[in-house]
Design a protein around this ligand. Structure first.
Ligand code: NAP
Length: 258
């Protein structure tokens, strides 16, 4: 039994030469994470759905080499499988998978009729089945790494039930719970960590401007707007330093939950 146990104390996770895939990588938190990973020496596949031009432009301006745009559509499993095959044809393994892609609608929670089945399905498919299908498609490549990490971008709304729509809150709770199950079965070669921000200054919520994010920040203990890069730094912490963490979700909200 003892010979099946690995020694810890390995120090920070080295990023130089690592292969990373980031869904929703062309904008917001995904793009900030892509940039941090590239600056640290990783080669990054920038997942996109509609943002092909944005992804290509980001790949072209990143430091280092081997960065590419990758069509990674959350609601099209065949497309996700094709993306994994594309990465496999170049690298044969993946060290880091960041699931940042997601969608939402701004729907008042009391207006149950406005949250119809089509919107509910779209949010759940994109935010839950999509990341699961991505992990399933990339599992073999991640296992080939021997020391891989998956970071799921969740949300404080998973635990508070407050957020842009009821379906969105439910989708992030499902993502977190899925992370618990996956962390159990994917170890020891793959860690699974969640990062849960709240009210980040991106264009994620339709109709929500920076003024609304600033107003929300004003009522938090840190009274500081959470920028996309603040979340990217938390993702980096999970990848680089939280080597003994799996099946946990880190809250990155300026203390908004208090
Ligand atoms: N901003 C916040 O206040 C906040 C708070 C808590 C959690 N989060 C989470 O943070 C993550 C990133 O959001 P963000 O704030 O960075 O907003 P964002 O800039 O709007 O990023 C969302 C990304 O998701 C991608 N996406 C949407 N639908 C997709 C689909 N069907 N298939 C593949 N990709 C799809 C988009 O890609 P394309 O543009 O290529 O279509 C886009 O790059 C999300 O998981 C979100 O739930 C955000």
């Amino acid at each position: 039994m003892a010979d099946q146990v690995r020694a810890g104390g390995r120090g920070p996770y080295p990023l130089q030469g690592r292969v990373a895939v980031v869904s929703g990588g062309s904008s917001g938190i995904g793009a900030a994470t892509v940039t941090r990973l590239a600056e640290a020496g990783a080669s990054v596949w920038i997942g996109y759905n509609l943002g092909q031009d944005r992804a290509a432009a980001l790949a072209a301006k990143l430091p280092g080499t081997g960065h590419r745009a990758l069509h990674l559509p959350m609601r099209d499993t065949a497309g996700i499988v094709a993306a994994a095959a594309t990465v496999a044809s170049v690298h044969g393994h993946v060290d880091i998978l960041v699931n940042s892609a997601a969608t939402t609608r701004a729907i008042p929670h009391g207006d149950l009729d406005a949250l119809d089945d089509a919107i509910f399905d779209e949010i759940l498919l994109t935010n839950v089945r999509g990341p699961f299908a991505t992990i399933r498609a990339f599992r073999k490549l991640l296992a080939e790494s021997g020391d891989a990490v998956i970071v799921n971008i969740s949300s404080l709304s998973a635990t508070t039930g407050m957020g842009s729509s009821i379906a969105y809150c439910a989708s992030k709770a499902a993502l977190d719970t899925m992370g618990l199950s996956l962390a159990r079965v994917l170890g020891p070669d793959i860690r699974v960590v969640g990062v849960a921000p709240a009210a980040v200054a991106t264009d994620f919520v339709p109709g929500r401007g920076r003024d609304a994010v600033e107003k929300q920040a004003a009522s938090t203990p840190l009274r500081t707007v959470t920028e996309a890069d603040d979340v990217a730094l938390a993702v980096m912490a999970a990848i680089v330093n939280l080597r003994q963490t799996t099946g946990s979700t880190l809250v990155v909200d300026g203390g908004r939950h208090l």
